[in-house]
Design a protein around this ligand. Structure first.
Ligand SMILES: [Zn+2]
Length: 425
């Protein structure tokens, strides 16, 4: 048993309790006590005086191996960026480069307080390896597009991945067709059936840009959400990334099928894709998971930053400072995000849940005056003040030290790959 003493606890439980001078006890991967100060004689104790503890972040949409492309092709629009810069570069990826890129992402996630992710990339196996090595957890997937010449092999390996991790305590899998504009209706229908048959969610990009949304209507006479429903894909749990341009009717379909939206405010801002109507989605009772997207389009994997952005942009989007408050932003970054992805065992500080949390220094200029801890977290806090990350009951980051990863090796490997494989010459 390990006990974290003398901390301010921001629980994000159903009452949003904030407990001054609280205690958290963990055993194995679980939280066994959360509440006012209590002594546990004989337990290993971590003194958290002057610190705050909150749930680890849950990142709903990420492409971990894209860390190589950070800063490589900025200030472009999505289709130009994807077709002329990112897709040709991604064709150079090997299993090793994906693994190394995902390790670099895992280090950043650990450092910035994310403990669970939902990833989509070319080879989900490499992301799963990196997550496990870093002590993190999440859902991984091997992305498929009908335009790949070897798409059948890739889909077969996606099914093998699911089989391999079927009983893993830390890794889940999803079926991941890339998007409507890269997949044929025939393939989408088949992959949807396979998702249902194997009990996996579907993770897909959806209505990210106006062009994509309108071209789908031209091609099929339907929006992407309507098309997915017509193909039977909504029978599986759908995790829809972006949904910037979805209609009221799309939202009703999403709600009716208990699908979830993966919201990427920073990526949507950077690629000028637009602003997703998140307050309207929440009003309709749709599950929303806050996300960063890949490092090439954000360019950080810092969900704390996304949490601040999501509150700010919706206020400007709706010209209403009340439309998205700090509490909602914190919720969709933690507990709400976990539930939207289908994880009911994490995302808040509660007994019986997975011990995924972060310890944050309050002896900093931005956090020193404890006026309202939730407002401070969202509007003035920063992931740089995280001093410890606990994932599945294990301390994976502690005052600048990565406990699971050799950070010098991780950075060196990634730089070597960049020099040998990806750098433009
Ligand atoms: Zn994406």
């Amino acid at each position: 048993m390990r006990v974290f003493q003398n901390a301010c606890l921001v629980t994000v439980n159903s009452d949003f309790d904030v407990i001054e001078n609280g205690t958290i006890a963990t055993e194995g991967t679980k939280i066994t006590y959360v509440g006012p100060h209590r002594d546990f004689p004989g337990a290993e104790t971590v003194d958290c005086s002057g610190k705050m503890i909150m749930p680890g972040f849950v990142n709903g949409h990420i492409h971990m191996p894209m860390t190589f492309f950070r800063g490589y092709s900025d200030d472009m629009n999505l289709q130009d960026w994807l077709n002329n810069r990112i897709f040709p570069l991604e064709a150079k990826h090997t299993a090793d480069t994906q693994y190394h890129g995902a390790l670099l992402a895992a280090a950043e996630l650990t450092r910035t307080g994310t403990t669970t992710v939902n990833d989509m990339y070319l080879d989900g196996e490499q992301v799963a390896r990196a997550l496990k090595e870093a002590g993190l957890s999440g859902t991984v997937s091997t992305c498929v597009m009908s335009v790949f010449p070897d798409v059948e092999d890739r889909f077969r390996s996606a099914l093998e991945l699911a089989e391999r991790y079927k009983n893993d305590p830390d890794i889940r899998t999803a079926i991941a067709p890339h998007a409507e504009y890269t997949c044929s209706p025939k393939d989408l229908r088949y992959w949807g059936e396979m998702a249902v048959a194997t009990g996996q969610p579907i993770h897909i990009h959806c209505s990210e840009t106006r062009t994509e949304h309108e071209e789908c209507i031209e091609r099929h006479g339907m929006t992407p959400v309507e098309l997915f429903e017509s193909l039977g894909m909504m029978e599986a749990k759908m995790l829809l990334a972006h949904c910037v341009w979805i209609t009221e009717r799309d939202m009703d379909i999403i709600k009716a099928h208990n699908a979830s939206v993966l919201h990427n405010p920073c990526s949507n801002l950077k690629l000028a894709s637009g602003m997703a109507p998140v307050p309207r989605m929440l009003e309709k009772g749709i599950g929303v998971s806050l996300s960063t997207d890949g490092a090439a389009s954000n360019n950080t994997l810092d969900l704390w930053e996304a949490m601040r952005f999501t509150a700010l942009i919706e206020k400007a989007n709706y010209l209403d400072p009340l439309v998205m408050n700090a509490r909602t932003s914190l919720y969709i970054a933690t507990r709400g995000s976990a539930l939207a992805l289908g994880y009911d065992d994490r995302g808040s500080l509660e007994e019986g849940l997975r011990a995924d949390f972060i310890v944050v220094d309050l002896d900093t200029p931005a956090m020193a005056i404890p006026t309202n801890m939730i407002n401070l977290i969202v509007y003035s806090g920063n992931s740089r003040d995280i001093v410890m990350t606990v994932a599945g009951g294990e301390i994976v980051y502690d005052h600048g030290e990565y406990r699971k990863l050799d950070i010098e090796r991780v950075c060196r490997q990634a730089r070597d790959d960049f020099e040998n494989i990806f750098r433009d010459r």
